[in-house]
Ligand binder design. Sequence first.
Ligand code: ADP
Ligand code: MG
Length: 236
Amino acid sequence: KGDSEQTLIEKLQARYETIDTSSVTKFSELPISPRTIKGLRECGYTKPTEIQKATIGLALQGKDILGAAQTGSGKTLAFIIPILEKLFSKQWTHLDGLGALVITPTRELAYQIFETLRKVGEHHDFSAGLIIGGKDLKFERNRMDQCNIIICTPGRLLQHMDENPLFDCVNMKILVLDEADRCLDMGFEQTMNAIIANIPLERQTLLFSATQTKSVKDLARLSLVDPSYVSVHENS
Ligand code: ADP
Ligand code: MG
């Protein structure tokens, strides 16, 4: 398995630099692993939306992204696919611990992202966890070190960072700030800043937002390095 998988990964990576997003009409035309393509197909996802077209190639290239697109435009897959591909390309295993972290403002959104990740990522071997409060803190605490991908709300995550010795993000490769404008509107600015200050700098960060307010730009300045700005307006 190891050798042939390594060969596949190298073939995919060799295509990253020449992705031509303007000509892409299907996910299967992108350099995405067969495992992810299969998961997408089984969920009925065959064609990328505008924001997915505009961001997935850049994300695969390892760029930091500030992505703005309205609600319902498909931002979830715009970060789930890069997460799966990044961990796959690094042949991430359970032993590697936390590789990706997604921060989203509400429990409901966290559940939805978790469900999409579970289905689209079904053919990968990554473990995923929800850290959203409401559940038993002890339960979350004890399982934390077994997760490769964590979907969380800001307050609960910071609580684990402060109190839980099992929370370990030193290996983390990719951070997603989802619905950043809503996180800030809900008063999580300090919490987000504290979280970002706790996460290793050697990482890729994808920040998604429906609107680009001043506070989103401030957060972007704190969290992104030389970002690509992507703004998609449907019907334009
Ligand atoms: P946003 O986060 O931008 O508000 P979502 O990621 O929640 O949007 O997606 C909105 C809806 O669009 C969901 O029901 C999702 O299943 C659907 N969707 C997303 N991407 C695709 C796609 N490529 N093809 C078909 N449906 C999609
Ligand atoms: Mg969303």
